[in-house]
Ligand binder design. Structure first.
Ligand SMILES: [Zn+2]
Length: 258
């Protein structure tokens, strides 16, 4: 599942080929969007910016129109030189934007909507999002406020996945972030100090920034998907178990994470 680093990297790639370029064609091949008239509404409008907040991507067009996308479990953004073969089948494309040099394609995108700027600003789902872990300045105070308003019996690993506490962390970074900070993901947030909570998000932010700079490529995973293998820090066997209401797998070392 794409996490915040993947989406931020995609926003950079998409922005690099669309901002300041003439969009020569927009297509919405899925039947679901056939009546939406996006190609007509967006015709002739330049893309002003492409940005991300958590796992959400926003493509802002001139005239106060914004395309909002969330990839959920399996979607992706592809950027290709014009005429080059795509990495997924044509029938899976939801949105295609063409310039004379490039094609930008959103595949398998369950959330794709065209909103006015004011609706984007007042959308309840977006307003509920916690601070973006990859924002230029991490709003640590707001993260702590949200965390402390949340259920204190919740494990910290589960709380980190909740996009209302902090936006952008998914299953990979939840496990890696707790490991890096030596915090047991099962520890109740009531017993996680502000200092511990901040150590987790600061460390996670650095690793996610590195991933963005590598185009969304994650390097050097230490516990994620390594169940049964020795901990790189203490040699104890890494464990895996479903956590939270959604039972998302958490990986951790019972030897050195407290
Ligand atoms: Zn260990």
């Amino acid at each position: 599942m794409p996490e915040g680093d993947t989406i931020h990297a995609a926003a950079r790639r998409v922005g690099a080929v669309l901002v300041g370029k003439e969009i020569v064609a927009i297509e919405t091949p899925q039947a679901r969007h056939a009546m939406d008239r996006w190609p007509e509404r967006l015709a002739g409008r330049p893309v002003l910016s492409v940005d991300a907040h958590g796992k959400h991507l926003f493509m802002r067009f001139d005239g106060e129109l914004t395309l909002h996308s969330h990839l959920r479990m399996g979607g992706m953004w592809g950027v290709y030189p014009a005429g080059k073969r795509w990495s997924r089948g044509r029938h899976r494309a939801w949105l295609v934007l063409r310039t004379s040099e490039a094609e930008v394609v959103q595949f398998d995108g369950p959330v794709l909507e065209l909103m006015t700027e004011s609706r984007t600003r007042f959308d309840a789902r977006l307003a509920a999002l916690g601070p973006d872990i990859l924002a230029p300045e991490l709003d640590e105070a707001r993260f702590l406020t949200r965390l402390r308003e949340d259920d204190p019996t919740r494990g910290i690993g589960d709380a980190l996945l909740d996009q209302r506490n902090i936006a952008g962390i998914g299953n990979v970074w939840k496990s890696e972030g707790c490991f890096d900070a030596c915090v047991d993901p099962w520890r109740r947030t009531a017993e996680v100090t502000d200092e511990d909570a901040l150590r987790i998000v600061r460390g996670t932010r650095i690793r996610m920034q590195e991933s963005v700079s590598l185009g969304g490529h994650i390097r050097g995973l230490r516990v994620y998907d390594r169940s049964g293998r020795p901990c790189p820090r203490c040699d104890t066997r890494i464990r895996a178990r479903g956590q939270g209401d959604d039972n998302r797998t958490t990986y951790w070392c019972p030897g050195c994470q407290r």
